[in-house]
Design a protein around this ligand. Structure first.
Ligand SMILES: NC(=O)c1ccc[n+]([C@@H]2O[C@H](COP(=O)([O-])OP(=O)(O)OC[C@H]3O[C@@H](n4cnc5c(N)ncnc54)[C@H](O)[C@@H]3O)[C@@H](O)[C@H]2O)c1
Length: 374
């Protein structure tokens, strides 16, 4: 199949791309490397697939780019691009959520009408529920508690509308706190690992007793890949049920895995932070015949291993940059040259690593991390 994956450089999407390429699909990835978090992390996400002959990356903004050419001949769209994060969705950044979550989804649906798509998979979120119950099932009335949740729900409704009125083969998958290698830096496990490595206190919003249904990234990827063929058109489905735990329990597990303890700093509960998100997975199991299976301990151990390597490579890059600054006493031209040299050195390193990783594509045996938001 020829598949468009949006937000391809992101945490979940980059692993989806890897998986689809392993299955022999042709993949077009679109990502604008938005500024929500570092470009460096996103480039690393894509390293294993960058040189794959069946992968094409387009760096552009889905809110403004011409979609006709990208969608031509595309048989499925896996739409993961979004502005994530519950905390940041309050206040003046809200326009980013409206554009990247609602308008981009509407554009993609509208432009896909002319194509005979086999599937349009939309990445929804447990944040659409709000505090409506302890165990959340798809029949419950959604009452999002954050502006982020509102935009994710609005886009889910758009998918339903295009399914009803234009027979668009949409399916909305509601992800629950995804964690694993490559996790976004704003999410709790990523931050906790950083805190442990840098011997800093763990910062926890609220009392840490909030429950999350932590779901390992490769379990999510498995369901996304299966949704291309499963009989799920028109459905909204929870993708969670991996490992419910409180944040404090998860933090303690990380301490056990790393062999290091870390003091905790408790910060004010964040607006929009719900008490409990646990997924009812009856529908997921009925439609896919499976559910997430990774234990939190094993998943966290994989995230921890990834994180150690990630921090080490970040430190190396910082060292290269600081070398450049030492030369900074020289004139502008020297400085520019030194910077360009450091950049090309870094690029060559990335390419070399990507080359090494792309043949054969590495086994998906790593993965980890995540926090109380989505
Ligand atoms: N991570 C979770 O726990 C979680 C939980 C529930 C739902 N989700 C949903 O899953 C999806 C992926 O989440 P993630 O954690 O991998 O996020 P991510 O931020 O790592 O990935 C999103 C990617 O989309 C790109 N993007 C954003 N706006 C774009 C635009 N206008 N044009 C092109 N690219 C754009 C970003 O640059 C980023 O690389 C999102 O839709 C998110 O709402 C994630």
């Amino acid at each position: 199949m020829k598949i468009l994956v949006t937000g391809a450089a992101g945490f979940i999407a980059s692993r989806v791309v890897e998986r689809l390429l392993k299955e022999g699909h042709e993949v077009i990835g679109v990502d604008d490397f938005d500024i929500y978090y570092s470009r460096g992390q996103k480039e690393k996400n894509l390293m294993p697939v960058l040189l794959h002959p069946k992968f094409k990356l387009i760096e552009d903004n889905l809110a403004t780019m011409a979609l006709v050419t990208v969608l031509k001949g595309t048989e499925a769209v896996i739409h993961l691009a979004a502005q994530p994060g519950v905390r940041g969705s309050w206040g003046s950044s809200f326009h980013r959520y409206v554009t990247n979550n609602i308008q981009v989804t509407q554009r993609l649906l509208e432009e896909s009408k002319a194509n005979k798509l086999k599937r349009f998979v939309y990445a929804s979120s447990s944040s659409v529920y709000g505090d409506v119950g302890e165990v959340l099932n798809e029949e419950m009335k959604c009452q999002p508690k954050s502006p982020y949740g509102v935009t994710k729900l609005a886009a889910e409704h758009l998918c339903q509308l295009y399914n009803l009125e234009y027979k668009m083969p949409t399916v909305s998958l509601r992800f629950f706190s995804v964690y694993g290698p490559g996790q976004r830096p704003d999410m709790a496990f990523h931050r906790f690992c950083q805190n442990i490595i840098h011997e800093a206190p763990m910062t926890i919003y609220g009392d840490g007793k909030q429950i999350r249904d932590f779901t390992y990234v490769d379990d999510v990827v498995e369901i996304i890949a299966a949704s291309l063929l499963a009989e799920v058109v028109g459905q909204v489905i929870n993708v969670g049920g991996g490992s419910p735990a409180t944040l404090l329990e998860a933090a303690a597990l990380l301490e056990e895995i790393s062999g290091k303890t870390s003091p905790k700093t408790f910060l004010e509960r964040q607006k929009g932070d719900v008490f409990s998100t646990r997924a009812d997975t009856a529908k997921l199991e009925r439609l896919f015949g499976s559910k997430p299976k990774m234990s939190l301990k094993e998943g966290l151990a994989r995230e921890w291993e990834w994180m150690k390597k990630f921090v080490q490579s970040e430190d190396e890059e910082k060292a290269i940059k600081s070398n450049v600054q030492i030369i900074g006493g020289a004139d502008e031209a020297d400085l520019a040259e030194a910077k360009a040299e450091a950049k090309s050195h870094r690029k060559a390193k990335l390419k070399a690593k990507a080359g090494k990783n792309s043949k054969p594509a590495p086994d998906n045996s790593s993965s980890d991390s995540e926090a109380p938001e989505s």
